[in-house]
Design a protein around this ligand. Structure first.
Ligand code: SF4
Length: 338
């Protein structure tokens, strides 16, 4: 029998997954208002995510603790080969959730918390928020009975947390489906800011997914390299040589800042054109001339016979050298484009 009236005799602690979006914010507010000591956990994607600021704002507004856990090479390997396959692009939603929830479970044990909760709503997402998926995720993360979904808990079997009276099941909700009406009403009642999603998960974006696949197929120096996948024009010369060109000065800056120390950076000597990041070990003179040719194509000098460029290893700007471009035609460029 479910003991819904028992009052907890100790401070109940929980770890909540906070994305900065509406559902996880509501879940955090509901659990916090039940007297639980909540720590919000935000998972930072390897390629960065602008929702982190929103997540911090929500945590401050609700008055909960907040930490960021970085997703790294382990996450990229999961994206490379997900056990449960992909969604519409390269989004391995079920595996992704298993990974995040497992790390949240580790953190729960680390701080002596009683359970993990999420803002999931049954029936909202085809791949990861159907009843069967939710059950599998719970079992694979070792969170059986300890994973609470406050927004739809009354539509699910009671968890151990509810059975033990740590949380009053009657105060939990029974929202289901893809609609947002109930959540929006609730946000108004609970004074939770509604943040428009900031573009969604990049793994569901077909262009980004194509670049990610290329990176995972050919290897990467470290997970920070994937940050650059969201900027610029990307070209694959062969399995060992890749080039990224910025599309404007902001991208040029970002690409240079995030380049690996072993990457070669190239610019026209007058700097009027894109910056190129060359990912290759000891590139040949011909490769360097072709990279300069790519820069030339996307500069004001595209009709010139050749242009002069300078290049250096990111880790050693003092060793700057010069090269003349080898002009590239459109067919060559299309063939190289990722
Ligand atoms: S949409 Fe992206 S972040 Fe969300 S579960 Fe799927 S892969 Fe993970």
């Amino acid at each position: 029998m479910i003991n819904i009236n028992k009052q907890p005799s100790k401070t109940v602690k929980a770890v909540g997954l906070i994305s900065g979006g509406l559902d996880s914010s509501l879940a955090a507010k509901i659990v916090k208002d039940l007297g639980v000591d909540v720590t919000g956990v935000y998972f930072a994607m390897p390629w960065g995510c602008c929702d982190k600021t929103k997540a911090i704002e929500v945590a401050q507004k609700i008055g909960i603790k907040f930490i960021v856990l970085q997703l790294d090479e382990r996450y990229l390997e999961l994206v490379r080969k997900p056990k449960y396959g992909y969604g519409t692009a390269m989004n391995p939603c079920r595996d992704c959730r298993i990974h995040m929830f497992s790390r949240a479970a580790q953190y729960m044990r680390h701080i002596g918390a009683d359970f993990v909760f999420t803002g999931e709503v049954i029936g909202q997402r085809p791949m990861s928020q159907m009843r069967e998926s939710m059950r599998i995720i719970e079992e694979e993360t070792g969170l059986k009975g300890k994973l609470l979904r406050p927004l739809c808990a009354q539509l699910l079997d009671p968890t151990e947390i509810e059975k033990q009276g740590l949380i009053d099941r009657e105060k939990l909700l029974k929202i289901n489906g893809r609609g947002r009406k109930e959540q929006l009403e609730l946000a108004g009642q609970l004074d939770i800011p509604y943040n428009q999603p900031a573009g969604g998960c990049l793994l569901t974006d077909k262009n980004f997914a194509q670049r990610m696949k290329d990176t995972l197929d050919h290897g990467y120096r470290n997970f920070y390299e994937t940050i650059a996948l969201k900027w610029g024009r990307h070209f694959r010369f062969n399995k060992d040589i890749k080039v990224v060109l910025g599309r404007d000065s902001a991208e040029n800056e970002s690409l240079m800042r995030h380049a690996h120390p072993e990457d070669t950076i190239m610019q026209l000597t007058d700097n009027l054109g894109p910056t190129a990041i060359l990912k290759a070990d000891a590139p040949s003179t011909q490769t360097l001339a072709q990279v300069a040719g790519l820069i030339q194509r996307f500069s004001r000098y595209k009709d010139n016979e050749t242009v002069e460029a300078r290049y250096w290893l990111k880790k050693d700007k003092n060793q700057m050298r010069l090269i003349h471009s080898q002009k590239m035609d459109e067919q060559q460029i299309i063939a190289l484009t990722i």
